[in-house]
Design a protein around this ligand. Structure first.
Ligand code: ADP
Length: 468
C-alpha cells in the first residue's frame, strides 16, 4: 500500500505538541510494517533547511486561490531513522515568514496557508507520480485534503481509488472561518475518522466533550474509531537519551534518576535534595492542560510547607506564560521555564519523580507515556487517553501505574499529588511502581498494526450484497 500523511507538524522538523510526535513516528512504524509512506507538510520559517538536510527539488507550480496566484516550490527531506520521504511545501508569504507553527492571533493567515497547502497536495502527488491508496489527514489544518479528495474523486482518474482517513487529535481546534467549519467538512467527507484514544472516541460523542460537534460525530459514528497513540521508544529512551546527564534502565533507575535530578535541581536553582520528590509538567499552555487547577494546588502544597519541588515547562497562551513567569522563583521549590525546548522536556522526564497532567480534556496525551518510560509516575485526571493508559495504584495495587482523580478541582489535584508524595516515601512500593511503569510497552507496535488494518479495509471496498 501507499499511504500519504498530510500534517501541520512533523517532529523533529516542526512541533508544537503531540501532533508533531505522532507524525514524526507513526509513518516510520507503518513503513517498518512494509508499507510505502510519504509525508507532506509546510516549510515554515522556523525550519532550517540546511540544518535539516533538506534539498530543493525542481518541482514548482502555482496554486490559485481567491483570485491570487501563489508560487509553490517543493523541498524534500527524510524522516530520521527511516527512508520515509518528507515533502515540504514552500511559499515564503504563507509559511516561510512564520516563526511559529501556529501564529497566535492570526487565524486568517493560518487558514489561507492550510487551504493552499491542501490544494498543493494533489498537484505535488501527481508531479512525483505517487498515487496513494490512502491519504491520512490530521486535525482541521489538513482536513480540507479529505474534503477536496471526496469532491474530485468522481471525475479525477488519478485519485479515483484513493481513500481518506481523518484523525482528530483535538476536537477543540476546528478551523472555523466565516460560515465554514473546516474540521466538520472533513469529518463529513472523510472515508474514516479516527481519534487518538478509544475513550476520546466515545467522549466526543457527548455534549461535554464534543465542542459543539457531538451531533456530527454521532451522525458519523459508524466510521469513527479510536486508536491509541504510541510513542517513539527509540527517541524517548533513558538508556540512550543524549539530553540527560546519566543514562539508566529499570535496574539502574534509582542512581540514574538521582543524578539527573541533581543536575536539574542545579540548573533550575532548586535546593539540591535527593529526598525531595520532584514533580514535572511539560505541555502546551492552553486551557485544556489544567493549569488553572495545577497552579493553586502547587501554591497550597507550598503553603503547607511540604518538601515537594516543581518544574514546569511550557509555551502557548501569553496570559498563561505570564502566570508561569510570575510564579517562577517566588518560593524555593517552584521553577518555571517558558519556551519550546525538547532538551529541557527530556531532562524533566528523566529528573522528575512524578509527572502532572491534570487535563480538563485529553484526546490521548503523550506526556504520561513518555513519563512512564522515564520512571516518572503520572499524576493525572481521568479523561480521554489518560483513562486508557493510567490505572490508579490505590485502586488496583497489582497493576496500577500512577495516580488518578476525576473531579476537576485544585483540591483534588492537591490531594492526589500528596497521595503520590506519601507513596514516594514508601521506598518498596515506589520501586515496584516505577519499574512497572518503565516495563510497559507504549511503542507504536500494536497501534501501527491497527492503522494498517484500517488502511487495508478502506482499500478493499465491500462487495455489494447480492453480487456474489
Ligand atoms: P498535546 O498534543 O495536547 O500538545 P501531548 O501530551 O499529546 O499533548 O503531547 C505533547 C508533546 O509535546 C510531548 O512530547 C511533550 O513533551 C511535547 N511538548 C509540549 N510542550 C513542550 C515544550 N514547551 N517543550 C518541549 N516539548 C514540549
Amino acid at each position: 500500500m501507499k499511504i500519504v500523511f498530510c500534517s501541520a507538524e512533523v517532529a523533529p522538523f516542526s512541533q508544537a505538541g503531540g501532533l508533531g510526535d505522532v507524525i514524526g513516528s507513526l509513518p516510520r512504524a507503518i513503513a517498518e510494517l512494509g508499507e510505502g509512506c510519504a509525508i507532506l507538510t509546510p516549510l515554515y520559517g522556523l525550519i532550517d533547511p540546511a540544518g535539516r538536510k533538506l534539498e530543493k527539488t525542481d518541482i514548482a507550480f502555482d496554486v490559485h486561490f481567491l483570485g491570487k496566484s501563489y508560487p509553490i516550490v517543493i523541498w524534500k527531506g527524510v524522516l530520521p531513522r527511516s527512508e520515509v520521504p518528507v515533502y515540504f511545501v514552500d511559499n515564503h508569504e504563507l509559511f516561510g515568514s512564520r516563526k511559529q507553527v501556529y501564529p497566535y492571533g492570526q487565524p486568517e493567515w493560518e487558514l489561507e496557508g492550510f487551504l493552499i497547502f491542501s490544494q498543493a497536495t494533489f498537484e505535488l502527488l501527481r508531479r512525483i507520480n505517487y498515487r496513494p491508496d490512502v491519504i491520512h489527514t490530521h486535525d482541521w489544518h489538513t482536513a480540507s485534503v479529505a474534503t477536496t479528495l471526496s469532491d474530485i474523486r468522481p471525475y479525477d482518474q488519478y485519485f479515483s481509488r484513493t481513500q481518506s482517513v481523518l484523525t482528530i487529535h483535538n476536537l477543540h481546534y476546528q478551523g472555523v472561518y466565516g460560515d465554514t467549519n473546516w474540521l466538520k467538512e472533513g469529518i463529513l467527507k472523510a472515508d474514516a475518522i479516527t481519534t487518538v484514544s478509544p475513550t476520546y472516541a466515545q467522549e466526543i460523542q457527548s455534549p461535554e466533550f464534543g465542542a459543539g460537534m457531538d451531533p456530527v460525530i454521532r451522525q458519523c459514528s459508524q466510521k469513527v474509531s479510536g486508536i491509541l497513540n504510541g510513542i517513539d521508544t527509540n527517541l524517548y529512551n533513558p538508556e540512550t537519551d543524549a539530553f540527560i546527564t546519566r543514562h539508566y534502565n529499570q535496574d539502574t533507575y534509582a542512581e540514574g534518576k538521582r543524578v539527573c535530578k541533581e543536575a536539574l535541581q542545579q540548573e533550575m536553582g532548586l535546593p539540591v535534595d535527593p529526598d525531595a520528590p520532584l514533580i514535572g509538567f511539560v505541555g502546551r499552555l492552553a486551557d485544556q492542560k489544567g493549569l488553572d487547577i495545577l497552579l493553586p494546588a502547587m501554591k497550597a502544597i507550598e503553603k503547607e510547607k511540604h518538601n515537594v519541588q516543581w518544574v514546569l515547562l511550557g509555551t502557548g497562551d501569553p496570559k498563561m506564560e505570564e502566570a508561569l513567569k510570575a510564579l517562577n522563583n517566588t518560593t524555593k521549590n517552584i521553577r518555571t521555564y517558558i519556551g519550546f525546548n525538547t532538551a529541557m522536556a527530556q531532562k524533566i522526564y528523566a529528573a522528575s519523580d512524578m509527572f502532572a497532567m491534570p487535563s480538563a480534556f485529553e484526546p490521548c496525551g503523550l506526556g504520561q507515556m513518555i513519563a512512564l518510560r522515564y520512571g516518572s509516575v503520572p499524576v493525572v485526571r481521568g479523561v480521554g487517553g489518560l483513562v486508557d493508559t493510567i490505572t490508579d495504584v490505590r485502586l488496583q495495587p497489582h497493576r496500577g501505574n500512577g495516580f488518578k482523580f476525576n473531579e476537576y478541582t485544585a483540591e483534588k489535584m492537591k490531594e492526589t499529588a500528596l497521595a503520590a508524595v506519601e507513596a514516594y516515601h514508601n521506598k518498596a512500593l515506589w520501586d515496584v511502581l516505577v519499574r512497572r511503569g518503565m516495563a510497559e510497552d507504549h511503542s507504536w507496535h500494536s497501534s501501527a498494526d491497527a492503522y494498517r488494518k484500517l488502511y487495508t479495509r478502506l482499500g478493499s471496498p465491500a462487495i455489494p450484497s447480492g453480487s456474489v
